[in-house]
Design a protein around this ligand. Structure first.
Ligand code: FAD
Length: 412
């Protein structure tokens, strides 16, 4: 009898894992993807939505257009994960599994900081980016505060990119003289996990684009009535437009299933992505993986929550499960390599890449700014949103060949 593999979450990791499983397993086995949204959006594109460089339909697709033939898509809310009986309860019924992949991502919880939900705009969601575009279009000048509310948050570079793109947008509107853009974060430097050199390079990028940077600022509350931010270090800052990166947490259904650790994320084996249960894998933002050699106050820093890792992990778990279903051993492991095209405005981007599992500490490099990295990000967007077929294959070939040419490891 065939096996049933259930993938929870049709975001980055879930989409890759489900498609790859379908590709590797013969049709006698079922692969079921459960996702509550009928559409899939390309999150890096939220930054372009916010600045009017993309229209809504440019960066989202009906999810079923992105799925391989034979992959079962169940549009439903996951209500309960019962690992002892290997059953998933959803808003569309109950499903049993032989193997489970949890890729439910991180939820935004703006209500976790008093005043934040009513006061803050955000480019961390599709709808939020659209609303923020309207605010930026009508903004007459004043203080823009971009605030990372708490750690961890997904995509360590996105708030920095967002601040630079907002500064550029307002400059293009001729408001430079009337605007200040300030970025507040609890982090000691930009991208702490990437080390001091990369952090300093990003500080310089912010400075050159007129973005003031305030590290070690932990937000405690927002007072919307008087437009004031309160920080744990005692400082109080006035703003006219608040752009917030809301606090993140694992979806409640994952916590209630007992899969999370005391910090609230799913601990997994760093290389196999297995949870405590030998039939349950977890990938992407919902997981927590400590890194070697980077500490803050005696706590190890964690692998950043980023699509590039969810993507690579999706491949690994698909290969491992397919091998096990077929009765073969699998040597597929996640090796901690990642990269990111960091948008800085005017169609320029930097390229950060490295091995986050390197010993004694992650080795991350930042290539010089160039238009090529921006073009690569646009090509990646086109590839990601293209249906399975010739165009997608061509884009993949082009991106991987480009990666080789520039001496950077790009595996799609
Ligand atoms: C503005 C922005 C820019 C970014 N830029 C980059 C970038 O340049 N590079 C990069 O690597 N990463 C980037 N990221 C981060 C990246 O998008 C995430 O890290 C990635 O999406 C994580 O993949 P995932 O599969 O773990 O979770 P997700 O992609 O978030 O998918 C989780 C899915 O689970 C579904 N779900 C959750 N709960 C339930 C439930 N109960 N029932 C049914 N479905 C459920 C959700 O609807 C969602 O579709 C960016 C993120 C943002 C917000």
């Amino acid at each position: 009898m065939g096996a049933t593999i259930v993938v929870l979450g049709g975001g980055v990791g879930g989409l890759v894992a489900a498609n790859e499983l379908r590709r590797q397993l013969h049709s006698g086995h079922r692969v079921v993807l459960i996702e509550r949204n009928q559409h899939h959006a390309f999150a890096p594109g939220f930054l372009w939505l916010m600045t009017g460089r993309r229209r809504p339909d440019d960066i989202r697709r009906p999810l079923n257009q992105l799925l391989r033939r034979g992959l079962e898509f169940l549009p439903a809310e996951v209500l309960e994960i019962d690992t002892s009986r290997r059953r998933i309860r959803t808003s569309a019924g109950v499903l049993s599994y032989d193997f489970l992949v949890v890729s439910l991502g991180a939820e935004l919880t703006p209500e976790a900081v008093p005043g934040f939900a009513t006061a803050a705009e955000t480019f961390y969601s599709f709808d939020g980016a659209l609303r923020l575009l309207e605010r930026l279009r009508s903004f007459a000048g004043g203080r823009v505060a971009v605030v990372i509310a708490s750690l961890p948050y997904k995509c360590p570079a996105a708030p920095y990119e967002g601040a630079m793109l907002i500064a550029e947008y307002l400059r293009r509107r001729g408001l430079s003289a009337k605007v200040t853009v300030q970025l507040f974060t609890p982090e000691p430097q930009p991208l702490p996990v990437a080390g001091p050199r990369v952090g300093e390079a990003i500080r310089q990028l912010l400075k050159a684009r007129g973005v003031e940077f305030y590290p070690l600022h932990q937000l405690t509350a927002v007072e919307p009535a008087v437009r004031r931010l309160l920080f744990a270090n005692g400082s109080e800052v006035a703003y006219d437009l608040l752009v917030g990166i809301p606090p993140h947490r694992a979806p409640r259904v994952v916590t209630e299933a007992g899969l999370t650790n005391p910090v609230g994320w799913i601990p997994v084996d760093a290389h196999t992505l297995l949870t405590r249960d030998e039939r349950v894998y977890a990938i992407g933002d919902v997981t927590v993986i400590p890194l070697p050699g980077r500490w803050r106050s005696d706590v190890p820093l964690m692998l950043p929550k980023a699509g590039v890792f969810a993507h690579a992990q999706g491949h690994v778990v698909a290969q491992r499960i397919a091998a096990e279903v077929n009765g073969r051993p699998s040597s597929a492991t996640f090796c901690g390599h990642g990269y990111c095209m960091l948008e800085t405005g005017q169609d320029f981007a930097g390229f950060a890449y490295g091995n986050f599992f390197a010993q004694p500490a992650p080795e991350v490099h930042l290539k010089q700014l160039g238009r090529a990295w921006h073009v690569a990000k646009v090509l990646f967007e086109k590839w990601w949103l293209a249906p399975v077929g010739v165009r997608r294959t061509l884009l993949q070939w082009f991106l991987e060949a480009g990666g080789k040419l520039y001496g950077v490891p790009v595996r799609l």
